[in-house]
Design a protein around this ligand. Structure first.
Ligand SMILES: Nc1ncnc2c1ncn2[C@@H]1O[C@H](COP(=O)(O)OP(=O)(O)OP(=O)(O)O)[C@@H](O)[C@H]1O
Ligand SMILES: [Mg+2]
Length: 161
């Protein structure tokens, strides 16, 4: 039976779990995963400050043949990259109200032609499409070294099926 993971009020099926022991390993894994991802997908990124969300996205953009440098959109809210499909990189860290979230216009970036990558997605749970993907990055310095991350690839359990 599939393992179910509960995050932010949603149920996710665990697709893959791995331990990364370096930035390079995270980037390589993210690039390989992104190469298999169809256009039109939305990916929510869970994990604390500095857990590696933007680093994973940097790998994904490389794997999607992205041409632009990836930077954290903490202040710009959304970065756009060109790749094998348009890529939108959204960071909702500073969005602390539904009014502000409405101004971001997340729905403009979720469409069948594009890939939408969302850091700090908790406030936008109701905007995420059914069956969306997620990546959760965890670090526990008591158990692991400073360059070690637990990476879980997830897919929202679509209750319509
Ligand atoms: N195995 C690893 N995988 C990913 N990042 C790692 C790893 N080991 C160390 N790091 C470091 O952890 C930091 C991750 O930063 P990053 O900006 O990707 O995190 P973030 O989750 O996007 O943070 P924020 O919540 O501030 O947006 C970087 O400094 C990176 O070099
Ligand atoms: Mg980040």
């Amino acid at each position: 039976m599939n393992e179910t993971v509960h995050i932010s009020g949603m149920d996710y099926d665990l697709v893959h779990r791995m331990v990364s022991r370096s930035v390079e390993q995270t980037v390589r894994y993210a690039a390989e995963w992104a190469a298999t991802l169809p256009c039109g997908e939305t990916v929510a990124f869970y994990g604390g400050l500095g857990s590696g969300k933007t680093t994973f996205i940097r790998g994904m953009v490389a794997g999607l043949n992205g041409e632009n440098a990836v930077s954290s959109p903490t202040f710009t809210l959304v970065n756009a990259y060109t790749g094998r499909c348009p890529i939108y990189h959204v960071d909702l860290y500073r969005i602390d109200s539904t009014a502000l979230l409405r101004d971001v216009g997340l729905e403009d970036y979720i469409n069948p032609e594009s890939i939408c990558l969302v850091e700090w997605p908790e406030i936008a749970a109701s905007f995420l499409p059914a069956g969306h993907r997620a990546v959760r990055l965890s670090m526990d310095f008591d158990q692991m070294g400073p360059e070690t991350r637990l990476i879980e690839v997830l897919q929202q359990h679509d209750s319509r099926h």
